[in-house]
Design a protein. Structure first.
Lengths: 273, 238
């Protein structure tokens, strides 16, 4: 069986400008920040980003890498409004497909199940339909004849997720309370890259955690990156919580200044764990 | 001791979950959270509560279930939930906006995004909490419909907005055209104050009751068990 371990920069070397890129986690929780930072160090741009958005979106937006965003929100959780995302939106920096959280989930599921769409009871009556004129509806063929939004599959060229543990083959394990949608991102994308706090032998994964913590299956994974602190400054329970001080610094510092300090190669040294 | 405005707000929020049965109470915001836990500890003992993340918990924090986002979003569509959301803007028919202010294509102020408001309003009862009642929030027309109001809800089988609670009073939509009605004033507030702070004409009945008084037991729970640090006063001042 193949060893899929690689570095964050090797992951990014497989990404191309113009790709549709899914990013796992939720808000400022378990975001694959080591991979996002590597992406920011590259010249990959013109991306369509699909994300339950947090600082991943804020940073990529501030750096001008996003051509189109698919999202239901962008937030830093403890700081409700993501300042860099706000600034980008207020200067109309990219195209936005703004959809509801559940529509987003069913879009991921449709992609994972190779369906063109799934019917959802969400969106109808709201301005989600006005701002997404491409969204179509579908009427139940059964007696109820109810009309639903046909949520299109959110297919992706690549997905980036961060988990607590993984083996070298791509089996990924979450140890926190919420899997978010990381398995769906991996299933919905043509290729998926898992960064993790620690790479372990397969047999070790289930020694201290139940088998249902094995969230991501290796057949959906292309590359595995060992990146201790790889979600920093977002949370990665139970390994570490959100680094609120650094998040505040990020939120209150002009992006070029923050980027120079944090992306110039020093970040990984500064936060090894 | 005098009942504070924030405590009337807690009572008004708690009442949203009266007779709700064995469903999930999803409060957004501090005072709705105190209200939901108060309801759970008193007149609605069957309510389910979350820790704000992936666990269902008893009021003392003891986990009793697992509800990660994927299950929470699915639970919404089953309807066994009553959410109380915030609103940056809300109009006379209960359309709610938390996405942006101004033109959506290039907003004057980008806010959170639609979040789960569209799915919530079409699937489970959705109430709203507005800690500072003003013409900036209670507007004639919202800039972006996130939560669906009664005038956009034709054919929506499970759409219901039981109440809107603000720091001035409680509002409902029990009118022939489903426009917003003043249901009760918090003691100390006048109808004039409400009119002054509302960007449209709410329906005002001839007799407007006051929001009910908390019982002694409820006050004790609010002050000594649920919010001993008094954080509620930071959300709604005297």
């Amino acid at each position: 069986m193949s060893d899929k371990t690689m570095t964050a920069d090797e992951v990014v070397s497989r990404l191309r400008s113009g790709m549709t890129l899914g990013i796992g986690g939720w808000g400022s929780r378990r975001k694959p920040m080591a991979l996002v930072r590597a992406l920011l160090r590259s010249d990959v741009t013109d991306l369509t980003v699909v994300s339950y958005g947090g600082p991943d979106v804020g940073m990529l937006a501030a750096a001008g890498r996003i051509r189109k965003l698919v999202a239901a929100f962008v937030t830093l959780d403890s700081i409700p409004l993501e300042p860099h995302y706000r600034a980008a939106r207020e200067r109309d920096a990219f195209e936005l497909m703004e959809i509801d959280e559940a529509m987003f989930m069913w879009g991921l599921r449709a992609a994972a199940h190779r369906l063109p769409f799934l019917p959802v009871r969400a969106g109808t009556g709201s301005d989600v339909m006005r701002v997404n004129p491409g969204l179509r509806t579908v009427t139940s063929p059964y007696e109820d004849r109810e009309t639903f939004v046909a949520m299109p599959a959110l297919t992706m060229d690549a997905a980036l997720v961060h988990l607590n543990r993984a083996d070298r083959l791509g089996n990924g394990q979450y140890l926190g309370p919420d899997p978010y949608f990381d398995d769906l991102f991996c299933e919905a994308a043509d290729s998926a890259y898992v960064s993790c706090e620690r790479i372990m032998d397969t047999a070790e994964l289930t020694k201290e955690a139940p088998p249902q913590s094995l969230l991501v299956k290796r057949h959906t994974v292309t590359g595995v990156v060992e990146a201790p602190g790889g979600a920093h400054f977002t949370s990665c329970a139970p390994d570490y919580g959100r680094d609120e001080a650094v998040q505040r610094e990020y939120a209150s510092t002009p992006w070029p200044e923050f980027a120079a300090r944090y992306l110039g190669g020093g970040l990984d040294d500064r936060y090894p764990e | 001791m005098t009942v504070t405005r924030s405590e009337y707000c807690v009572i008004a929020c708690a009442e949203a979950w009266r007779d709700a049965g064995e469903i999930l109470a999803s409060p957004m915001g501090l005072i709705p959270s105190v209200g939901a836990r108060l309801a759970r500890l008193t007149f609605s003992p069957d309510l389910l509560l979350t820790d704000g993340e992936a666990l269902l918990v008893r009021p003392d924090g003891t986990p009793e279930g697992w509800l990660p986002y994927r299950q929470h979003l699915a639970l919404v569509t089953g309807g066994r939930r009553h959410v109380m959301m915030g609103a940056s803007q809300i109009d006379r028919y209960g359309n709610q906006n938390i996405s942006c202010i101004g033109d959506w294509a290039r907003p004057k102020r980008q806010l959170l995004g639609v979040r789960g408001a569209p799915v919530n309003t079409l699937n489970n009862p959705t109430s709203y909490w507005v800690p500072r009642h003003s013409r900036r929030v209670f507007v004639e027309k919202v800039d972006m419909v996130c939560g669906v109001g009664y005038d956009h809800a034709a054919g929506a089988r499970f759409h219901r907005i039981p109440r809107v609670v603000s720091d001035l009073g409680v509002f409902d939509f029990d009118t022939p055209d489903r426009s917003m009605r003043l249901a009760s004033l918090h003691p100390g507030v006048t109808v004039e104050q409400v009119r002054e702070a509302t960007g449209f004409d709410p329906v005002v009945p001839d007799e407007v009751p006051y929001t009910r008084e908390p019982t002694a037991h409820e006050l004790e729970l609010i002050r000594e068990v649920l919010d001993p640090a008094g954080t509620r006063a930071r959300e709604v001042g005297a």
